[in-house]
Design a protein around this ligand. Structure first.
Ligand code: FO1
Length: 315
């Protein structure tokens, strides 16, 4: 089995690559839920939806979120009625939010609803929320504290970020399937996808016991850099790093994961970073434009993990 930690668009791309180059039922994706929020009376889980739509082949690849087969009558009518339209909800997408909200209000857990919706969408891999307890990213900016989607969508990541807070992380319980996978001797690799380390990966690591369970796991941990030549492929990663006083580089991300990494995959453009990284580095093309790119990077990650597993076993 392969475990992938994912959030956002980059994570979903690699998760799809992995699901296509291995038996998809042997892949479990642990998804960040700290981007979740309540909006228009709906419980919205963007990173779960990005992975779900991507694995189901329904994702809008231009936007990086939502569905490709979308219409916008609901949003147009909300506009006409003076409702909130800064967070765009397509007509098909909104059915998912309405149905998930109904089931959560009926007392089902986020993971149970997610598993059932993925089954209905024909997804063979497991998509598991990092926790069924609420965790919410909040950002202290020069304009005060902002909820995540307020910062990310409404303000288009413009405010300068001074501090991040994962509200509720300290009281959240890692999902049992997540912890069971980490302890499973048949686990072949733990892949930290090329997601934003601050807003997609660190909320997962902030849950009590997760970091230690990762370190104790028999499986090697291999991350893919979300930064190529000092730039984020998508989203505010590099901007956040600079604002938080860090050098926006592949090496800095590796240092953020410090004691966790056995392996690290960086782009050929970042070859000079190799010397500063305390893990087994693999150079690859990490920009995923095509399906072939996604599959090639996934194969590279799995091959590197196989080498690391042999080394870990002999230690
Ligand atoms: N991102 C935007 O930049 N603008 C939007 O209007 C927007 C709507 C949206 C609706 C559903 C959904 O699942 C995601 C949506 N996103 C939108 C993306 C979302 O904010 C991000 O994918 C994550 O929160 C960050 O990874």
């Amino acid at each position: 089995m392969i475990l992938a930690l994912s959030g956002g668009v980059g994570g979903a791309k690699l998760a799809l690559g992995l699901a296509r180059v291995m038996p998809p039922e042997e892949l479990a994706v642990i998804v960040n839920t700290a981007d979740d929020f309540e909006h228009l009376g709906l419980s919205i889980s963007p990173d779960i939806d990005t992975v779900t739509y991507t694995l189901a082949g329904l994702a809008n690849r231009e936007l990086g979120w939502g569905r490709h087969d979308e219409t916008w009558s609901f949003m147009e009518t909300m506009e006409a009625l003076g409702g909130e339209t800064w967070f765009r909800l397509g007509d098909r997408d909104i059915a998912l939010h309405v149905e998930r909200t109904r089931r959560l209000n009926n007392g089902e857990t986020l993971s149970a609803v997610t598993a059932d919706l993925c089954r209905r969408l024909g997804i063979k891999s497991r998509v598991v929320p990092m926790s069924d307890d609420p965790v919410r990213t909040r950002l202290r900016t020069e304009e005060g504290w902002l909820d995540f989607q307020e910062y990310f969508v409404r303000r288009r990541c413009e405010p300068v970020v001074l501090e991040l807070l994962f509200q509720g992380a300290g009281a959240a319980r890692a999902h049992p399937e997540f912890l069971a996978a980490l302890a499973d001797p048949s686990l072949q690799a733990i892949v930290i996808c090329p997601s934003n380390p601050f807003i997609s990966v660190e909320p997962i690591l902030a849950i009590p016991g997760v970091r230690q369970a990762l370190i104790d796991s028999p499986a090697p941990i291999i991350a893919v850099s979300p930064i190529i030549a000092g730039q984020a492929v998508k989203g505010p990663t590099a901007k956040m790093m600079t604002e938080l006083g860090m050098d926006p580089s592949a090496g800095t991300v590796a240092h953020r994961y410090h004691d966790l990494l056995d392996g690290y995959v960086i782009d050929h453009a970042d070859m000079s970073e190799v010397v500063s990284i305390d893990a087994r580095v693999t150079l690859a093309q990490t920009l995923m434009r095509t399906m072939e790119d996604r599959e090639a990077l996934a194969r590279t990650v799995l091959d590197a993990a196989a080498v690391l597993r042999r080394r870990k076993a002999t230690r």
